[in-house]
Design a protein around this ligand. Structure first.
Ligand SMILES: [Zn+2]
Length: 290
């Protein structure tokens, strides 16, 4: 898989080619922790066809359910994680975060969830794999190597405006005693600040939230189109993580744009919504949860 990286960004994304034909991404700042497994799926190595080709991990885009299940099994095999040990957030563009435990294993993948409207999940349970869905919106990874706790969130413009990053870190502090200065945060692949056009009403929300001088560049007017703006979700989430108490040198921004890699990654904007979905994965290692 050939990925086009965003220029002038620190190279943090690694392409992984698993033995079963699945290609996915991992992140170097997380790869250094041997107690966790991290990943972000690509389009490669699944069984779906057409606009879902081929590793579609979205149950809500119109693809056959059995194909999506098989794709989760294949992706799990590539990561060394059983799909029955995964828990998939129920994303509705909120900033809501929930603690999950072994009673949630398999929910959203092989059985129904008992929760809804949750865009961020945290755990300290070994072997339970956190999963979120993406197709331009940003995945946020949080690892506390001291308390051995993790968090994962889906952050589109609404989750970003609601500062879901801060909600994740607060939940980790409350539930696991996490000190935010210990947390390593990765702002994963998603639509970049050069590609993500927004309208004036959305721009106003971000201008209100990020109006201080040091946050310049989160939202900028398009030079060529009146009334249109460009929103940099990576940058906005960087400031959100800072506001959550993370240290500057513990925050890492992805060097991959989904829209510019639409051959290898699903992009909502690049396909006008005719697409499958990818997933982010984060797990504290222990292969024998179930
Ligand atoms: Zn881009």
């Amino acid at each position: 898989m050939n990925i086009k990286y965003i220029e002038n960004r620190k190279r943090i994304t690694k392409v992984e080619e698993a033995a079963n034909g699945v290609s996915y991404l991992s992140f170097e700042p997380l790869n250094k922790f041997d107690f966790i497994t991290n990943g972000f799926s690509s389009r490669i190595g699944g069984v779906s066809s057409g606009i879902y080709t081929s590793m579609n991990l979205s149950f809500t885009c119109g693809d056959e359910e059995e194909n999506v299940r098989e794709n989760f099994t294949r992706m799990g095999k590539a990561l060394g994680i059983d799909a029955a040990n995964m828990v998939l957030a129920h994303q509705t563009h909120t900033a809501n975060v929930m603690k999950v435990d072994r009673t949630h294993a398999g929910m959203g993948i092989i059985k129904d969830r008992n929760f809804h409207d949750i865009d961020g999940i945290v755990t300290n349970v070994e072997g339970l794999c956190l999963v979120t869905s993406h197709a331009d919106c940003i995945p946020l990874y949080f690892v506390d190597p001291e308390k051995k706790a993790i968090g994962l969130a889906h952050s589109g413009w609404k989750g970003t405006a609601g500062n879901i990053a801060k909600n994740v870190v607060e939940m980790m502090s409350q539930e696991y005693g996490t000190d935010p200065t210990d947390v390593v945060g990765v702002i994963g692949p998603g639509i970049c600040g050069k590609c993500y056009e927004i309208s004036e009403d959305v721009a106003e929300i971000f201008k209100d939230n990020y109006d201080s001088e040091k946050c310049l560049g989160v939202v900028v007017p398009r030079a060529d189109i009146e009334g249109k703006y460009l929103l940099d979700l990576h940058k906005a989430n960087y400031y959100n993580m800072l506001s959550a108490g993370l240290r500057e040198d513990n925050i890492f921004i992805s060097d991959v744009c989904t829209m510019e890699n639409a051959d290898n990654l699903f992009s909502h904007r690049a396909t006008q919504g005719k697409r499958g979905g990818m997933s982010a994965f984060l797990c504290i290692n222990n292969r024998i949860l179930i």
